[in-house]
Design a protein around this ligand. Structure first.
Ligand code: FES
Length: 181
């Protein structure tokens, strides 16, 4: 289990509490653990997209479960981040279809362009590049996920454009959509 020693300000404010309570309302009162995955997403979104051990402990407290029950979920799914990441995380699919269509070259190209290695974040805290397993858009390979977006049929030129869009603040990370062009 990777443990980050970075400090994280924990802020379970009124808005986040309301959202958590709304999620909990879908489950029996004695089955709060059932809401663990969506609650982790909400809490992560509200905390710069990562979950420190302290924050995971807080989630366990809210759901009245053992901390290890949160740790085992956070360490299993790659969508939960255990250390600080960049504002824009490029998650390149590197499973078969995307690999065959050049995903690894594109990821290397992106890393070189940003001056980082896979798994690293740029010094300005803006970009992180990671490789992930199949994101279910195999027919649009090669592709990446950024926030809730899918960017598909990727080329180096499209990666260049996406980086520029991010730098210009034109990318809405929570607009659920996918773009093939
Ligand atoms: S192999 Fe890349 S999305 Fe499935």
């Amino acid at each position: 289990m990777e443990i980050s020693h970075a400090k994280q300000v924990i802020n379970i404010d009124e808005k986040l509490t309301e959202r958590i309570n709304e999620l909990l309302s879908h489950y029996p009162a004695d089955k709060k653990k059932s809401a663990l995955l969506p609650v982790l997403h909400e809490v992560q979104d509200a905390h710069d997209n990562w979950l420190s051990i302290e924050l995971q402990d807080k989630v366990a407290e809210i759901l009245e479960i053992k901390p290890v029950e949160v740790y085992e979920v956070v360490t299993f799914y790659t969508m939960y981040n255990q250390k600080p990441i960049g504002k824009y995380m490029f998650e390149f699919c590197r499973t078969s279809c995307c690999c065959l269509r050049g995903a690894e070259d594109l990821m290397d190209y992106t890393c070189d362009k940003l001056g980082i290695k896979e798994g690293e974040t740029t010094p300005d805290g803006q970009f992180t590049v990671v490789g992930v397993e199949c994101l279910g858009a195999c027919g649009y390979a090669p592709m990446l996920q950024i926030g809730d977006y899918y960017r598909e049929h990727l080329t180096k030129e499209k990666v260049d454009t996406l980086i520029e869009e991010c730098k210009a603040g034109k990318v809405d990370l929570h607009k659920q959509d996918h773009y093939t062009e």
